[in-house]
Design a protein around this ligand. Structure first.
Ligand code: PLP
Length: 388
């Protein structure tokens, strides 16, 4: 089976790059190679492309182009948001959660370890949503705060209510950052309306290239650069711009938002079909996080009963040509375990697998995946299953 014939259900890890995005990037690999900081024609050509990309993104998010800072990744944008806010805005308290992506979690842990601010973790409900009552309590107790709560969790798909978190943050004078890496390109954002100060994005999560993202920085927030060494990005990030990546990022945004509602319906349909079939056909199957209509429609985290065969699921799915990812609770002794599942469910038995979908997946792929799961779990006769 070639890589193109396999079924790819790991879109929360990364998505296939859209052919239109590749086409948009090619001229910047072939002929438009100038340094955007050069003043001659070669440089002016790529400068124009970078600034056009910035305008495209700003228009889609209803913000101003000057509020978009291109970065090398979602991770860099997350680091910049936290580290620079603590350093430059007099932040003394960081309020976040235990289920953030490591780009946030490891950064606030480092801030706490170095004594640059005190870190407070908001309580979560059983599905991983921030407890807004507890958030309010923390905000009332601690002034000069930065709140960083992700929009949707990359492992379990549970979404926080950005409007509500933002309103609470504003009402209490806190700066609000949200890691929107899993939702950018999948939901609409109106940054004139939404009370957020910073959000982060990464192109490869919505069919753009890897190694490029951005930080939206509300104008008036007096941050200084994290990376020194050049006046690029209006003095906000030193380093020659990743022109090819930035062009691809803007094209991927354009494509994502051109037909967002249709993609959303299609992908939600795939996810619901998988939920329905698993419920009907796999005894004692469970789901981690929220699986209701408010959850991130691209992610489904399934808990299979631990019957001795389940732990081989990912391996067997891989052999059968299906790429998914998994995670067990970190308290189970494995350092590769999921800190998200560990924080929410402790050491609960079962094999946890994340299926994540994109607009390129089909119902037939979902059916094939469920059929193979049934064989691998021994519920239905079929494929040769390795128990090694
Ligand atoms: N934040 C979240 C929620 C993510 O899912 C990811 C990617 O896995 C990142 C941040 C990091 O983005 P990048 O891969 O661009 O560094």
């Amino acid at each position: 089976m070639t890589i193109m014939e396999r079924t790819y259900l790991d879109n929360a890890a990364t998505t296939p790059i859209a052919p239109e995005v590749v086409e948009a990037m090619l001229p910047y690999m072939r002929e438009h190679f100038g340094n955007p900081s050069s003043i001659h024609a070669h440089g002016r050509r790529t400068r124009a492309a970078v600034e056009q990309a910035r305008r495209t993104i700003a228009q889609l998010l209803n913000c101003s182009p000057g509020e978009i800072v291109f970065t090398s990744s979602g991770t860099e944008a997350d680091n910049m948001a936290l580290l620079c806010a603590v350093r430059d805005l007099g932040v003394q308290h960081v309020i976040s959660s235990p289920t953030e992506h490591h780009a946030i979690e490891h950064t606030y842990q480092e801030i706490g370890r170095q004594g640059r601010a005190q870190v407070h973790l908001v309580r979560l409900d059983g599905e991983g949503r921030a407890d807004l009552g507890h958030l309010e309590e923390l905000l009332r107790k601690h002034s000069k705060a930065l709140v960083s709560l992700m929009h949707a969790n990359n492992e379990i798909g549970t979404r926080n209510d950005l409007q509500a978190v933002g309103e609470l943050s504003r009402a209490n004078g806190a700066v609000f950052h949200s890691d929107t890496v899993q939702t950018m390109g999948h939901y609409r954002f109106d940054l004139q309306q939404l009370p957020v100060d910073m959000i982060t994005a990464s192109a490869h999560k919505f069919h753009g290239p890897k190694g490029v993202g951005f930080l939206y920085l509300r104008s008036g927030l007096a941050l200084k650069p994290m990376i020194q060494g050049g006046a690029q990005e209006r003095n906000m990030r030193g380093g020659t711009e990743n022109v090819i990546g930035i062009v691809g990022l803007a094209k991927a945004m354009e494509l994502a938002y051109a037909d967002l509602e249709a993609h959303q319906r299609h992908v939600q349909g795939l996810k619901q079909h998988m939920i329905d079939r698993l419920r009907a056909e796999v005894p004692d199957v469970g789901f981690n996080g929220d699986i209701g209509p408010d959850a991130l429609y691209t992610v489904l985290n399934v808990r299979f009963p631990d019957d001795g065969r389940a732990e081989m699921l990912i391996y067997n799915l891989d052999i059968e040509g299906i790429s998914v990812s998994g995670g067990s609770a970190c308290s189970s002794g494995s350092n590769t375990g999921s800190h998200v599942l560990g924080a929410l469910y402790g050491d609960r038995p079962g094999a946890n697998i994340r299926f994540s979908f994109s607009r390129y997946n089909t119902l037939a792929e979902v059916d094939r995946t469920v059929d193979i799961l049934l064989q691998v779990l021994g519920i239905r006769e079929g494929a040769s299953v390795r128990n090694a």
